[in-house]
Design a protein. Sequence first.
Length: 278
Amino acid sequence: MAPFDLTGRVAAVTGGNGGIGLGVARALATAGATIAIWARNAEKTANATAQLEADGARAIGVSCDVTDEEQVIAAADDTVSELGRLDIVVANAGGGAPADPFLEMTYEQWRAILSINLDGAFLSLREGARRIVAGGHEGALVAVLSEAAVEASPLRSHYGAAKAGLGSLVRSMAVELAPHRIRCNAIVPGWTENFRMHYADSAGWLVQDTVAAIPAGRWGQPSDIGMAALFFADPTMSYHTGATLVVDGGYSVIPPFVAAHERHAFGDWVPGRGPRPA
């Protein structure tokens, strides 16, 4: 079997109507998967499915708020009913967090962020796993995390806790679901250019400083995360489970004090980008 061949498989991507989610949907579709986009915004979903179909893929939109258990169950049922099966679920839907200092954070604020970023992913992955087991075939579950899952997230501790919890969930799922031939993995995207990052366009210094700290020398694209999801979804990766793949252009491997020292010593040069200045 050739790698990256998802012909005959059905993939559900939560929040797949824009940004990273659409990048994931496109990557899976390019490999031959039929795509079900689970999302709330009907207009965006229609536009996304039209884009996928224009590229030659088969795609449907399924209305779904992942924080609502009944809606997630219905989305999974509708996907199997219309497309015949479900093989892959990418839990991408999530929401950024406002700056909520820990000492002032209310329980409502805490729950709102965990609901979309942790509970919603749990429900989507659980229902996907149930449909895969019922179908009697192997499958793949992928969760999209954040660098907040592996490093401190001051003023956004609820978001960091949700993403870290999701990473732990994926590792536990990998063990429990291995007998069912279901692989469970996670992706940690770095700075990725999507609709949530447009705020940076109004702050040139922020874009410049961010790129200067990335050895790859650019912001990530949704397609970069999409290829990581495709890697995890491909059936030839049958021995790859319980893993977390960081896709950040090398951003996380340079300690901040090293990057600061090098910028001070060599101006705009950053380790890993081009030859060391004389």
